[in-house]
Write a protein that binds this ligand. Structure first.
Ligand SMILES: Cc1ncc(C[n+]2csc(CCOP(=O)(O)OP(=O)(O)O)c2C)c(N)n1
Ligand SMILES: [Mg+2]
Length: 338
């Protein structure tokens, strides 16, 4: 996907269109992933990003392509798409095919694109914040002005390791942004049941880290805030805790078929009113940035593009079983007895 150039005047109609296309690509891509899962074409766990698109799109826009680092937990399909990976290689990974970004051996939760600065794709809740902090440490140690964005969930914000690494990041002035995506749920446990203080942005304060909370459903606002924060982190080499308020429209993972056990239809309906896509559409209509006809045409175009991505990925074979150990361990080879 073409990435908009680093022009932070988000009022520009071309940039708004780019944001719209990026959010639509993620939405349709994720819907197609759900379809693939139901067809039995996805092994293991899979978690989609439907409803949360504005967060990754707005934050990605503030980053320097091919330079800054990004790390995510297991809700990791949107980041490589936004960072310029071939979408077929993302879909192929999710479907366990040879042409996948992790050669079909990682699956949905373990997608990496190191060349573009995307470091996964991790399933241990909260554990990856230590790895993300290591990336920021490495950049600083090498004297590079890279910013690391480490996404984590509201549930992950309770993990002990997160408190340890916030301490290190502040102590060592690491250029990292911990983006806490508060989608109000950790699996089937709502925020109020798992967090003693539901204002998660405050997690950074005891460590002297600049911390704030923003609306994650408004892509233009996220882009503006992210631009300001990334710039600050890059120039000061000080960490940031950024709580982004969004909502997980789908179940926790593709196998979560019973959301009514933990949330009501009314609550979901209220959340859908905050949907970042219609929200941007309203802005575009009000400002005459785009007509309804053009929006519909773009929507059709992206749906067709995603159909092709799926078909192309589905045509790729599975990895050769003889290569099961290849690229899995760095120093071990099967013939040497492992
Ligand atoms: C250390 C650890 N504990 C428990 C789990 C099981 N688990 C998987 S996802 C999840 C919830 C995480 O919620 P959150 O951090 O809010 O992320 P979200 O799914 O909302 O993006 C849990 C408890 C795990 N994967 N790792
Ligand atoms: Mg959550």
């Amino acid at each position: 996907m073409a990435k908009a150039k680093l022009d932070h005047k988000v009022e520009s109609p071309a940039l708004i269109e780019d944001f719209y296309r990026q959010m639509l690509l993620i939405r349709h891509f994720e819907e197609k992933c759900n379809f693939a899962y139901r067809q039995g074409k996805v092994g293991g766990y899979m978690h989609v990003y439907i409803g949360m698109e504005a967060t990754a799109v707005g934050i990605n826009h503030a980053l320097r392509p091919g330079w800054d680092y990004v790390m995510a937990a297991y809700r990791d399909h949107p980041q490589p798409l936004l960072m310029g990976a071939d979408p077929v290689s993302v879909m192929a990974e999710i479907m366990g095919r040879k042409g996948g970004l992790s050669k079909g051996k990682g699956g949905s939760m373990h997608i990496y694109d190191i060349e573009r600065g995307f470091f996964g794709g991790w399933g241990i809740v909260g554990g990856h914040t230590a790895l993300g902090t290591g990336l920021a440490f490495a950049a600083k140690y090498r004297g590079e002005d890279r910013v690391t964005v480490c996404y984590l969930g509201d549930g992950a914000a309770n993990a002990g390791v997160f408190f340890e690494v916030m301490n290190m990041a502040s102590l060592w002035d690491l250029p990292i942004i911990y983006v806490i995506e508060n989608n109000e749920f950790a699996m089937g446990t709502r925020l109020e049941y798992h967090a003693s203080d539901t204002e998660l942005w405050k997690r950074g304060l005891p460590f002297g880290i600049e911390s704030e909370r923003i609306d994650g459903m408004d892509v233009l606002q996220v882009a503006k805030d992210a631009a300001r924060i990334v710039e600050r982190v890059r120039s000061t080499s000080r960490p940031c805790v950024l709580e982004v308020m969004n909502y997980r429209f789908a179940g926790h993972g593709a196998a979560d078929n019973d959301r009514r056990l933990y949330r009501t239809a009314e609550e979901e309906e209220a959340a859908y009113q905050r949907d970042p896509l219609p929200r941007l559409e309203r802005v575009m209509l009000e400002t005459n940035a785009m007509t309804r006809e053009k929006m519909e045409a773009i929507d059709e175009e992206i749906k067709a593009q995603v159909d092709k991505i799926y078909e192309a990925a589905d045509a790729i074979p599975f990895p050769d079983p003889a290569e099961v150990y290849a690229d899995v361990y760095t120093d071990m080879e099967p013939e040497k007895g492992h």
